[in-house]
Structure formats: structure tokens, C-alpha cells
Design a protein around this ligand. Structure first.
Ligand code: NAP
Length: 500
């Protein structure tokens, strides 16, 4: 079977028994463009031409045969020669490609390789490094090319964001030699290469058949690549956006913004970018049309931007970057998020007596909005020095979070992470001390925190989801000039949280 014209999602089938293997093929064939059968997961009795030929037929896609040895991330414990014996035995099954690791190719005798090359399977010669992306990538590339494979595969652990680009750069080298290439930056730092490399000429990107079935760190599911990222529609003209932070895994923003881009028909893609080292990442800021910024970079990002919107000057933090013709602009759409969440409260009573818990970035966004509305605010934090400085900046009163039970007011805002998943049982204020008309918890996972659950018995409650969709919709508007309904964004988050 020849290669698909455009599709590049290769789902990896790695089940230990025949029944599950077949089930995974049937469940994934509609979400994938190619398949890799990890034969090292199967019992040797299942490695016969009849069985494998049947599975290839029901897959109905080009299929790669891989019998990965243990030292290279696989389960096959035999020697390189035993590995080649099995590969030669299954030649007739109808595989389109066979993936053989470089370390095997370098030790087997040439006759064994000749036999493989005489068959119809195209050779993927692969190199894996689960520790790092070595500095000598070009010499690894040369070692692979020496075996004249049809496809060069280099999969290395990304230890910095630049490793994505170093791997993607190999594509032009392979193309010059008339070779196909699969460059994979593994790990959370390698997400960029997994989604973007196919549009830059990589043969494919690997995907897992379902969550928990990843064969390498950082792999997406085939369904996720298809539905959330629309991988096969990405090309050189697609605008790339993303969220930078650390940690980033549980962010809802990729679901929300990718959905919004699709809904308004824009050719754009939004990626979750794990960025532990902002300085290193900063040289790539211009590669993105826009970025969301989350913890812990909301303040430090300001060292790298050219222009600061008033929202940033007032709050001292940014959660949105927009690339414009004159440079990178920073905004803080959390202010708009707070305004949206409190639209019914602040509109009616501008002298609202407010107790604000926390003195971090989100609390500062709330403080700007409370101040502009003329609210009477007391900020309570665990760190008295921070609370004092914060209060001084905004002309508020301050106190200790330990004394929260002594306060009462019209509005309580929780801007600490207390009660956030997985610590759902925690609350910053005991039930008996909840003496407020309105309680707003900025946390949106869970949608109803313990604080809100207890407060709703006597107060109006507002979930952090309101702030989240408020800030996301404005962010989307800043990037695209288009409006997306907050109800739509709310539904996307509901859908994701329901599935977790
Ligand atoms: P941040 O800058 O780290 O500030 C967190 C604040 O909470 C700090 O004052 C911190 O005190 C305090 N804090 C943290 N853990 C605490 C604990 N165990 N006990 C007492 N105080 C504690 O974080 P942020 O960006 O402001 O975020 C705060 C919360 O708002 C998070 O839950 C975040 O998910 C949420 N948020 C929601 C949205 C939304 O759209 N809904 C947007 C932004 C943020 P120290 O300074 O002493 O560490």
C-alpha cells in the first residue's frame, strides 16, 4: 500500500494479547493515517504471517512493523540476530515499512540486512535516546544514512525547547538526500515537534491508541491530534499559538482556543508548551502569532516584551502576548475575566466590602478591578510582608489569612489555589466563617470547590470558570479581532472536565 496523500497520524498499537491488539486496530483505524504494530509486545506465537496479514488487512492503512529490543525502549529480549530472523520470517505478511534500530543494523551481518532489503518493506532506520537530544545529531544522522534506508527516524528526549527546532532542522537535510524522515522530540518539552514537524515535511507523527498507551513520553492520542489539533490541516501557512507555563499538562486553554479557531474558520493551531526555562524559550517568542502565559511566568515574561498594555502596567503581570508588526505586545486579560465574573456584582454596588484572599498574580488582577469599582477591600495572605506591600500598592487594608474567620463583607474572593484539584477537600474559609452575600472562587477545577459548595447554602456563588471564559474570549479577540461566545467556551470546558 502506498503512503496516504496527506494524513500523517501514525497510531501505535501495543497490546499484549491478540484480542486487545485487534480491538485497538479496529478502534483507531478511522483516526489514523498509518499504523505501527509493536510486535515486541506480542507473544512469539502470534508473530506469524497469517495472523499479521489479517491485522494489516483490517487496518486498511500502511503499517510499520517494529520489534524493538529492550535497550532501546522495547520489550524484545532476544539478540540482534534473533530480531532479524523474526523480521525476515514475517516478510510476507504485507507490512509497508520495517523499523530497525541503528544499533541492530550496526551489529548484524550484511546478509541478514540484504534479505530484508530484498523484500517489499521499506526500511526505517531508527535512533532513540531517552536521556537527551545529543549535541552530535548530525553525526547520528550520518550513521543512519550509511545504511541507505528509505526513512531516517531520530527520536530523542527534549531537554530544552530548542531541541524541537534542532530536530526539525534535520528535515531539510533528509530532503536534500531524497530521504523521508521522522524527527521526534520526546517528553513534555517536545510537544512542538510532535504537532508541527509533519507540516514541515516529516513523514509522520506517532500517536497513542488511547490515554495510558503511550510508547514514548509526550505522545498525544490519535483522536486528540485529529480532533483538537486538526493535525492534517496544519501547513506552513497555519498560524501557531500556544500557552507557556510550568506545569501545563492540565490546562484547558488548548481545548478552548483550538475549538474557537475551528469555530470561526481560522487556520491556526494552539499548543500546550511546557516551558520551565523562560530565558531559553524567549528566543522563540517571535515564532508564535500569540501566546497565553501562565504560572510561573506571568511577571518574568515582561522582561522580554516590547510593549505593555495598560492592563499590564496596572497589574504588573501579563497573561497574553500578541505579535504585531511593531513587536510583541503584552496584555493581562485576567482583568477582563474578573470584570466578566463579577459583572452582576460590581455593576450594582460599587462600594462593595470585599475580602480578597491571596496576594499573587490573580489577586492583583482582581485588585485592579476592585479599585476601579471603588470597592472597600481587605487583602488577607499567609505572608504578611507580601500582604502589606500589596495593600500599599492599591490603598487597601490587609491582614493574615489565619484570621479569615474574623472578617465579613459583601464579597469574598479566593485568589489562592486552596481547594484546587487534586486537593478538592481543602477550603480557605471554614463553613461557619462564611459571612458574605457573594463568594467568588477563581479556581475552575473543580468547577464547584468545597468553598463554593458550602457557601451556596447562604450566598450567591461564582465559579472560576466565569473568569476563565471571560479572559479567554478577550484573549481570542486580541489575537484574531473576532468574537467567540463565552457560552461556547464554557461548554468546551464542561465537556473536557466531564471526560476526566
Ligand atoms: P500565585 O501568583 O502563585 O498566587 C497565589 C497566592 O496564593 C499567593 O498569595 C500565595 O501565597 C497564596 N497561596 C498559595 N498556596 C497557599 C496555601 N496553601 N495557603 C495559603 N496561601 C497560599 O497564583 P495566581 O496566578 O494568583 O493563582 C491563584 C489562583 O487563581 C489559582 O488557583 C489559579 O488557578 C487561579 N486563577 C484562575 C484564573 C481563571 O481564569 N479562573 C486565572 C488566574 C488564576 P505566597 O505568595 O505566600 O506563596
Amino acid at each position: 500500500m502506498s503512503l496516504p496523500a496527506k494524513g500523517k497520524i501514525c497510531v501505535v498499537i501495543r497490546e499484549h494479547n491478540a484480542e486487545d491488539f485487534e480491538k485497538a486496530i479496529l478502534q483507531n483505524r478511522d483516526n489514523s493515517d498509518l499504523m505501527e504494530f509493536r510486535l515486541d509486545y506480542l507473544d512469539s506465537s502470534q508473530l506469524n504471517i497469517k495472523q499479521l496479514g489479517y491485522w494489516i488487512a483490517i487496518a486498511g492503512l500502511p503499517v510499520i512493523a517494529t520489534l524493538r529490543r529492550k535497550p532501546f525502549g522495547g520489550l524484545f529480549s532476544g539478540s540482534p540476530n534473533e530480531q532479524m530472523d523474526i523480521i525476515n520470517k514475517i516478510q510476507g505478511a504485507g507490512f509497508d515499512f520495517v523499523d530497525i534500530e541503528l544499533e541492530t543494523l550496526e551489529v548484524i551481518n550484511s546478509e541478514q540486512l540484504k534479505k530484508v532489503r530484498a523484500g517489499s518493506m521499506q526500511l526505517i532506520a531508527s535512533y532513540h535516546n531517552f536521556k537527551e537530544t545529543p549535541s552530535n545529531l548530525k553525526s547520528v544522522f550520518k550513521r543512519i544514512v550509511a545504511f541507505r534506508p528509505e526513512v531516517v527516524k531520530i527520536a530523542t528526549m527534549a531537554l530544552s525547547f530548542s531541541d524541537n527546532f534542532r530536530l526539525i532542522e534535520l528535515i531539510s537535510q533528509a530532503t536534500e538526500l531524497g530521504l523521508m524522515i521522522i524527527p521526534v522530540a520526546m517528553g513534555e518539552l517536545g510537544v512542538y515537534s510532535r504537532v508541527i514537524a509533519p507540516s514541515r515535511g516529516a513523514l509522520l507523527t506517532y500517536a497513542s491508541s488511547q490515554i495510558g498507551q503511550e510508547t514514548a513520553p509526550g505522545q498525544f492520542t490519535a483522536l486528540g491530534l485529529q480532533d483538537v489539533y486538526q493535525l492534517n490541516l496544519i501547513d506552513q501557512s497555519t498560524l501557531i499559538y500556544g500557552i507557556i507555563g510550568c506545569p501545563i499538562k492540565h490546562s484547558m486553554s488548548p481545548y478552548v482556543h483550538n475549538y474557537a479557531f475551528q469555530k470561526v474558520g481560522l487556520k491556526s493551531c494552539y499548543l500546550p508548551l511546557y516551558v520551565p526555562n523562560l530565558k531559553e524559550f524567549s528566543s522563540y517568542l517571535e515564532s508564535f502569532s500569540g501566546l497565553s502565559v501562565t504560572l510561573p511566568h506571568k511577571e518574568s515574561i515582561l522582561d522580554y516584551v516590547g510593549f505593555k498594555d495598560r492592563s499590564v502596567q496596572e497589574s504588573g503581570a501579563a497573561n497574553t502576548l500578541v505579535k504585531r508588526i511593531d513587536g510583541i505586545w503584552a496584555y493581562n486579560t485576567d482583568l477582563e475575566g474578573v470584570r466578566f465574573a463579577l459583572r452582576d456584582v460590581l455593576g450594582h454596588d460599587s462600594s462593595c466590602r470585599t475580602v480578597l484572599l491571596g496576594a499573587g498574580g490573580a489577586a492583583r488582577s482582581a485588585a485592579v478591578v476592585m479599585k476601579e469599582s471603588g470597592c472597600d477591600v481587605t487583602v488577607l495572605a499567609r505572608n504578611q510582608r507580601k500582604a502589606k506591600l500589596f495593600a500599599r500598592d492599591f490603598g487597601f487594608s490587609f491582614g493574615s489569612l489565619d484570621d479569615v474567620g474574623k472578617y465579613r463583607g459583601d464579597l469574598l474572593i479566593n485568589a489562592t489555589p486552596i481547594g484546587m484539584s487534586p486537593a478538592n477537600h481543602e477550603t480557605p474559609v471554614s463553613e461557619e466563617a462564611l459571612n458574605y452575600d457573594v463568594v467568588f472562587d477563581m479556581i475552575y477545577n473543580p468547577l464547584e470547590t468545597r468553598l463554593l459548595r458550602e457557601a451556596k447554602k447562604k450566598a450567591k456563588i461564582i465559579s472560576g470558570l466565569e473568569m476563565f471564559v471571560g479572559q479567554a474570549a478577550y484573549q481570542f479577540h486580541l489575537w484574531t479581532g473576532k468574537d467567540i461566545s463565552k457560552e461556547t467556551l464554557r461548554e468546551v470546558v464542561f465537556g473536557q472536565l466531564r471526560n476526566r
